[in-house]
Design a protein around this ligand. Structure first.
Ligand code: NZQ
Ligand code: ZN
Length: 379
């Protein structure tokens, strides 16, 4: 096990009716920006619950954060926060709203000419306006981590930053707020959480037997309840298991002390940036390609995963089983399913990584040319 320094400062308030606890959670005297997306919270009653619970606070609103939140929209929210002297941000929605809140919170306190410098690494985040989340879509883990992924529409870029300063102070997770999710979003959430675990798990055996068992426990739970909770939104207990699994998948517990990969996410973000496929959809296309490419490198871990999760004996079968799991929840796994030309995608995306001199995956296994080969294998 590698050395580590672990602190997750996000307080999780979980369960039915938890939004009513807002008054004890938001610091008194806060001027709050309530940040939300395209309006789902106005259709499922969450907006009313928040406004009523937070009625004792001075609050301004900013709606319209889009899926794969746009830098351009966040700039408007930053302006509003400055104008209104906001000192607390409450994100109400899915990962996109939470990520936007983190970007806005960091930009308000970061010395830079253009906040995009936070995403390119040119500006360092040394502090942020405090923020919190009310999560309505289990998927990203953003409710309990310090990561944010922002897209610049004008240049078709999608970049991530991470900082300990943007962990939410608290996140409220009420599974009932997710009952209104369309099946497709739940499917995406199950696959995103599954792939988060894989990115942190599928490298080496024997680095941490405990982290391995935590990771395998999350995968097994997602496999057990995923298909059911996609079909039946009203089974509270299964939805609760799903919500907690998605948080645990990326709250930085299972990656402590172990080697991580993340190349599926890096390549997937480019598929979203260039072609607009949803985040989880991009992952289901890329993951089997990365694993087949790294079959030898990841062989021992794939074998452990295959045996413990799927009861199969070879790494190849373990990958096939994973692909079949995605397909069993009606998640497409090929570029052609989205009418994306594999040759074009391979050329564009490997060129972008070449320009950025990107090297990723454990041991720098994945480079620009490799990405091209992986994408061609997913035609
Ligand atoms: O915008 P509204 O109207 O709210 O509708 C949203 C949106 O259209 C809808 N939705 C959310 N909760 C709902 C609901 N509809 C009905 N009922 C509800 N309860 O769902 C749609 C998708 O929402 P979004 O927030 O975009 O989805 P998700 O949570 O999957 O977030 C995806 C974003 O997170 C990033 C992704 O790259 C992508 O930009 N990620 C963030 C990570 C992190 N911060 O750690 C890690 C991930 O790997 C990921 O990269
Ligand atoms: Zn993800």
């Amino acid at each position: 096990m590698k050395n580590f320094d672990y602190c997750n400062p996000t307080r999780i308030v979980f369960g039915k009716g938890s939004i009513s606890r807002l008054p004890e959670l938001i610091p008194s005297g806060s001027k709050v920006l309530m940040l939300y997306g395209g309006g789902s919270i106005k259709r499922n009653g969450v907006y009313e619950q928040v406004v009523s619970a937070a009625s004792g606070f001075e609050m301004v609103e900013f709606g319209g954060i889009e899926p794969n939140p746009a830098h351009e929209t966040c700039l408007q929210a930053i302006e509003k926060c400055r104008r209104e002297n906001v000192n607390f941000i409450l994100a109400v929605g899915g990962g996109s709203v939470l990520d936007a809140a983190k970007y806005i919170a960091a930009a308000l306190k970061t010395d830079c000419t253009d906040p995009w410098e936070i995403l390119t690494g040119e500006a360092e985040v040394n502090s942020a306006v405090p923020l919190a989340g009310i999560l309505t879509l289990p998927a990203t883990g953003s409710e309990s981590n310090g990561n944010s992924v922002i897209s610049k529409r004008s240049t078709k870029e999608k970049r991530a930053f991470g900082s300990p300063h943007v962990y939410p102070k608290f996140s409220i997770l009420d599974p009932e707020t997710t009952f209104s999710l369309p099946q497709k979003q739940v499917r995406n959430g199950v696959v995103d959480a599954f792939v988060h675990v894989c990115e942190q798990y599928m490298c080496r055996t024997g680095e941490s037997r405990l982290q391995d068992r935590f990771a395998e426990g999350i995968l097994q739970t997602l496999i057990e309840i995923g298909p059911d909770t996609i079909k039946d939104s009203t089974d509270y207990d299964k939805r609760a298991d799903f919500m907690w699994s998605a948080t645990m998948a990326l709250n930085m517990l299972i990656n402590q002390g172990v080697t991580q990969d993340w190349s599926t996410h890096m390549i997937g973000h480019e598929l979203t940036a260039f072609y607009g496929v949803a985040h989880a959809e991009s992952l289901a296309i890329v993951l089997p390609g990365v694993w087949r490419f790294a079959l030898e490198h990841k062989g021992n871990k794939l074998a452990q995963y295959g045996k413990r999760i799927w009861g199969v004996s070879t790494p190849q079968e373990a990958i096939d089983k994973t692909e079949q799991f995605f397909q069993s929840v009606e998640m497409p796994v090929r570029l052609s399913d989205y009418e994306i030309d594999a040759d074009e995608a391979a050329a564009k995306i490997s060129e972008r990584f070449r320009q950025r001199k990107s090297v990723f995956g454990e041991d720098g296994l994945i480079q620009a040319d490799t990405v091209g080969d992986i994408l061609l294998s997913r035609a």
